[in-house]
Design a protein around this ligand. Structure first.
Ligand code: G4P
Length: 290
């Protein structure tokens, strides 16, 4: 799958992160709770070696609540602090400052013992485009707008955001890394809209999404498209072929027909992606902890 990235932009950002990480006390990754692994920067461990980590599972309003619980446990077991958030509504964001201070409790205690009571705590924020990083930072900082451009060519220098008199954030450009080990990462980023549709074949994407939902959330699919039953997957039928039949079934129910009584599967694929992203079909998580 051909996912675009920007090598020059990426190199610059990587360099900036590696350079700046020594000046922060902790690193906070904002992840999409629907795709917590696919929305992670695969180089984060290398770049931020040894720093205490906070994971924000954002977009919890769009994810499967049971799966979010499992993901929170998964990241806690790795020793990270975890915060569940719906940045759009501002749910969870108020707990950020306390979560950072709890994560750094020992360090802050040591500072206090040395008499450095008012020492500033600095946290680097990482997140891929569209994960909700600006929305989250704005909510935490209590400010209205601060959207900076992530487009390549638009210079975005390092940016410190004050939170309170003892805490500040270092915002970083949200860009995608070019390491898609398996196709499912690319698909997950496309389903959630983290990469642009115009570089992908919508119909194929729709087939893959149908297959995932058919396998993992059949009831939501039936309810969303008024299907009496999910067409059964045939032995050795691949994802695209089964997904295509699901698209046809849903499209037929919606009345998306073209000449000869065929279903307009491309239109149905667009609708499926729109409805999935808009939360109209329900709350879904697209990958589960191993
Ligand atoms: P970025 O900085 O990571 O690129 O993302 P940004 O904050 O710009 O958020 C991208 C879109 O995602 C915005 O919607 C934002 O409102 C939405 N969003 C952020 N966090 C959450 C969340 O936790 N839940 C949900 N449901 N949405 C979230 P938009 O359509 O671009 O703008 P708007 O219509 O909300 O103004």
């Amino acid at each position: 799958m051909n996912i675009q990235w920007y090598p020059g932009h990426m190199t610059k950002t990587r360099r900036m992160i590696v350079d700046q990480v020594k000046h922060v006390d902790a690193v906070c990754e904002i992840l999409d709770s629907r795709i917590p692994i696919s929305s992670r920067n695969p180089d984060v461990d290398d770049m931020t070696a040894g720093k205490p980590r906070l994971v924000v599972l954002n977009r919890v309003d769009q994810a499967d609540p049971e799966a979010t619980k499992r993901w929170a446990a998964y990241f806690r077991a790795k020793g990270y602090a975890v915060l569940e958030s719906d940045a759009k509504s501002g749910i969870g964001t108020a707990k950020f400052s306390a979560a950072v201070r709890e994560l750094l409790a020992e360090k802050l205690q040591a500072y206090a013992e040395k008499g450095q009571v008012g020492r500033m705590v600095r946290v680097m924020i990482l997140g891929i485009p569209n994960v909700g990083k600006s929305t989250f930072i704005n909510k935490v900082a209590g400010r209205k707008t601060a959207k900076t451009e992530d487009r390549p060519g638009v210079t975005r220098s390092k940016q410190w955001v004050p939170i309170d008199k003892g805490l500040e954030l270092l915002d970083t450009p949200g860009i995608l890394w070019p390491k898609f080990e398996d196709q499912s990462v690319g698909l997950n980023l496309a389903f959630t809209g983290a990469v642009k549709d115009d570089i992908l074949d919508i119909e194929t994407l729709g087939c893959h999404l149908m297959t995932y939902l058919g396998e993992n959330y059949p009831d939501a699919l039936k309810a969303g498209y008024k299907l009496t039953a999910i067409p059964e997957r045939e032995e050795e039928e691949n994802d695209v072929a089964w997904g295509y039949r699901l698209l046809e079934a849903a499209g037929r129910r919606r009345g998306f027909l073209i000449s000869g009584g065929e279903v307009d599967t491309e239109r149905m694929a667009k609708i499926l992606l729109d409805e999935f992203r808009g939360g109209k079909l329900g709350r879904f998580t697209l990958e589960m902890p191993q």
